[in-house]
Design a protein around this ligand. Structure first.
Ligand code: 5GP
Ligand code: ZN
Length: 139
């Protein structure tokens, strides 16, 4: 797609530090290196994000993840890793070509902090919500 920075990287119009490539996907180092080894895995087919991804593109993209993650962990000697995917502006997506972040973790002060607010469970509400999601999946 024209004007897509990741399509340009895939096509070789913009240089990148590649870590894995096959016919379907490309993995390369993120330019910001949030932690050393910060890698992005992208499908070669231009798709906006996971919310717009077809099952086939998802299968072939996510299938590569464990192998690349293990290699990255070994190469960086990081003891842990966050694997993150942002969908749409509000969720922090800035490049609108689907990608998965692999972030090697070194210690609690390595610059990444992921925190979730916790709520007291309302099991009635949870059942209703689960049911409405199930309905949408069946559509
Ligand atoms: P997002 O915020 O959309 O989840 O992540 C986009 C990522 O793409 C950011 O972490 C950003 O550093 C990275 N990025 C943006 N432009 C380039 C580029 O030209 N080359 C590389 N290697 N990474 C880029
Ligand atoms: Zn693209």
């Amino acid at each position: 797609m024209e004007d897509c920075i990741f399509c340009k990287i895939i096509n070789g119009d913009i240089p990148s530090s590649k870590v894995y490539e096959d016919e379907q996907v490309l993995a390369f180092l993120d330019i910001t290196q949030t932690t050393p080894g910060h890698t992005l895995l992208v499908p070669k087919k231009h798709v906006r994000n996971v919310l717009e991804m077809d099952q086939e593109t998802a299968s072939l993209t996510f299938a590569r993840l464990p192998k690349i993650a293990r290699a990255l962990k070994k190469a960086t000697k990081a003891p842990a890793m966050n694997i993150i995917n942002n969908n749409e502006d509000l969720a922090g997506q800035t490049v609108f070509h689907a990608h998965i972040h692999l972030l090697p973790r070194y210690d609690k002060n390595d610059g990444i902090s992921i925190q979730y607010t916790t709520h007291e469970p309302d099991f009635e509400q949870l059942a209703q919500l689960a049911s409405s999601i199930q309905k949408e999946i069946m559509e």
